[in-house]
Every structure is written in C-alpha cells, then in structure tokens.
Ligand binder design. Structure first.
Ligand SMILES: NC(=O)c1ccc[n+]([C@@H]2O[C@H](COP(=O)([O-])OP(=O)(O)OC[C@H]3O[C@@H](n4cnc5c(N)ncnc54)[C@H](OP(=O)(O)O)[C@@H]3O)[C@@H](O)[C@H]2O)c1
Length: 306
C-alpha cells in the first residue's frame, strides 16, 4: 500500500498499546516495510521483530507521551485499562490528554479501534469506548474510529474465555436477554483495516468494522465447542442471570472480574452493523467459522506451551 498523499513516503507510525490488537497490527504493518514503527506500552514485548521499535512508556505520564509522540505522523490508539475497575472514566481522560499532545506534536492522523454498539442504551463498557473515541477526535487531529464487536484471533482474552467455557461447561445456560446479535471480525481482517485506516486515503469519522456473520452471542460458544469436538446443549432461562453468568466466567475462565462483568453486561445489547453505508469496506471477509478454527486450532492453547 502506498501511503496517502498527505503522509510522507515512509511515515512514522506510533502504535500505542502493545496488547492483543497492538501486537498483531504491528506485525501486519511491519510486513509492509514502508513505515517506521514504534510500539509503546508499559511492558512492551521483549521480542517484537527487527522492524519494530518496542518502547516502554506509561502513557499516563506526560513526559512519556511526548517522547512516544516525537516525529510521529500517524498514531494508532489501542490502549485499554480493562484490568482496572475505574477504566470507564480513566480511558477517555487518558485519550483526551493523548489527543492534545498529538495535535501539538503535529500528528496527521489518529486511528482508534473502539466498540460496536448503539450510542443510546450502550452498556457501560461500550459507552466508555465511545467516549474514548470522542476524546481522541476532540483536539482536531483527523481521527478514524473503527468500531468492532469481538475480534476473533489467537491468544485474545475472549478466545481463551470461549475455549475454557466450550471445553468445560456441561450445558450452556442462556439467560433471557442474552440473545442479542453480534457481528464479529477476524483478527486478520481487523489488522488489515487498521493498517488501511492508518496509511490509506483519509477517511475520518466513525466506521463499523465487522465480518459478514451475524449471530447471537451464544453461537460463539456452540460453534467453538463444535470445532473442539464437543456437543454443548443449550438451556434457555426465562429470566436474566447476571450474577450466575459473572460467577461462571470467574470460576471457569482466565478473565478478570472487571472484564467478566463488562462482558456479561454487554450480552443483552446488539453489536452489529446498523448503517451499511458506514461499514468499513473490504474485498472479502474471513468467515466466523474460519476465524474461530484458526484461533482455536492446533498449537493455539497457551497451556500447551507452559
Ligand atoms: N480484543 C477485542 O476483541 C476487541 C474488540 C473490539 C474492540 N477492541 C478495542 O481494541 C483496543 C485494544 O484492545 P486489546 O484487546 O488489544 O486490549 P489489551 O490486550 O488489553 O491491550 C491494551 C494495552 O494497553 C496497554 N496500556 C494500558 N494502559 C497503558 C498506559 N498507561 N500506558 C501504556 N500502555 C498502556 C496495556 O499494555 P501494558 O500493560 O504493557 O501497558 C495493554 O496491553 C481497545 O480499544 C478495545 O476496545 C478490542
């Protein structure tokens, strides 16, 4: 991909947040060799690949932000504090500070991966992700906000939760109100879209990033169980069971309590494309089954490498 006209021929790209998505998009961009890459988080990966400068920085500190932003043309914001109970306020505040410093540093474009879901009646997690997007755009740097439901890829916290439940649950209890629809996206499609948003023609604004499959949340589990060779019967409950669902997640999966609660509270809300004109375009999408098979396939279980 040739970088867009308003960017230099070899743009400097900052990837803020070396988590599941940040690392994957860094690898995708590194393979294109037309960019200079800086991957920043408090505990960056020890082995990030020769083409990636992995830098330790706490973006809550202004001095660290200014150092991370020096000479940067495009910034991808993939920071998330879901490990902290106060993430809902903390994330937008940090994003606003970053946006101000990015504008002052001459950053030409910000790209952010947020959460797919309605603006009204959004679950607290989704509302906080939307507020983070508004904060990033607030200082005047053209901002592309891609909103995704769940990103399906090897090693994500959600995939390890799905694996644990699909392997351990004798029966899937589906509470009333937890059958909202979701429209996941494969990790490969998500990183390609983030790379295109970073380097391709300028397309500021909010976009839905989603594959073609629209399914109820429970299908992630039943489909995964099927791929892992297990039958997972469903038991539908006539009432909501948020506490039971959170306790099940805490007992059977590696998810933190904050993450379990955020997930359970989101189950009743749809996370799908509502306006096809604002769906990020792609020549083809990886199917959900294919994405799950790749994420759960041989060699993917972190326990096997311990
Ligand atoms: N994963 C999905 O399925 C999914 C779906 C839709 C949208 N998204 C969005 O994608 C973005 C990234 O998600 P993710 O799954 O990659 O999250 P993640 O794995 O939790 O990564 C977030 C990273 O942010 C870094 N971070 C947090 N506070 C920081 C600070 N003060 N300074 C520097 N780095 C900091 C953390 O690294 P350190 O601990 O090393 O600092 C962490 O690895 C989020 O906006 C999320 O809403 C993800």
């Amino acid at each position: 991909m040739t970088p867009s006209a308003e960017l230099p021929a070899r743009p400097r790209v900052l990837i803020a947040g070396a988590g599941f998505i940040g690392r994957a998009v860094a690898e995708d961009l590194a393979a294109r060799d037309r960019v200079e890459l800086r991957l920043v988080s408090r505990r960056p990966p020890a082995r990030a690949g020769a083409a990636i400068a992995a830098v330790a920085a706490d973006l809550n500190r202004r001095a660290d932000r200014l150092r991370a932003l020096e000479g940067v043309d495009v910034a991808l914001w993939l920071v998330h504090s879901l490990d902290r109970p106060d993430y809902a306020d903390r994330d937008p505040a940090l994003a606003a500070a970053f946006a101000r410093d990015a504008a002052a540093a001459g950053v030409k474009r910000i790209v952010y991966l947020g959460a797919l879901g309605p603006d009204d009646e959004a679950a607290p997690h989704t509302a906080s992700r939307h507020a983070t997007g508004r904060a990033l755009a607030s200082a005047g740097v053209p901002t592309v906000e891609l909103r995704a439901s769940v990103v399906i890829g090897r090693g994500s916290a959600v995939i390890e939760m799905v694996r644990a439940l699909a392997l351990r649950l004798p029966v899937l209890i589906v509470p009333a109100g937890a059958q909202a629809l979701t429209q996941p996206v494969a990790l490969g499609d998500a990183t390609a879209a983030l790379a295109e948003a970073a380097l391709g023609p300028a397309r500021p604004g909010i976009w839905a990033l989603a594959g073609d499959d629209v399914v109820p949340w429970s299908a992630l589990l039943t489909l995964s169980a099927d791929l892992l060779g297990r039958a997972l019967p469903q038991l539908r409950m006539p009432f909501a069971t948020p506490r039971l669902s959170s306790l099940t997640l805490a007992a059977l999966t590696p998810l933190s309590r904050t993450m379990s609660e955020a997930l359970v509270r989101g189950l009743g809300r749809p996370a799908i494309v509502t306006d096809p004109r604002r769906r990020w375009p792609a020549p083809a999408w990886i199917s959900l089954r294919e994405a799950l098979a790749a994420a759960l396939g041989p060699g993917s279980d972190p326990k096997d490498s311990q």
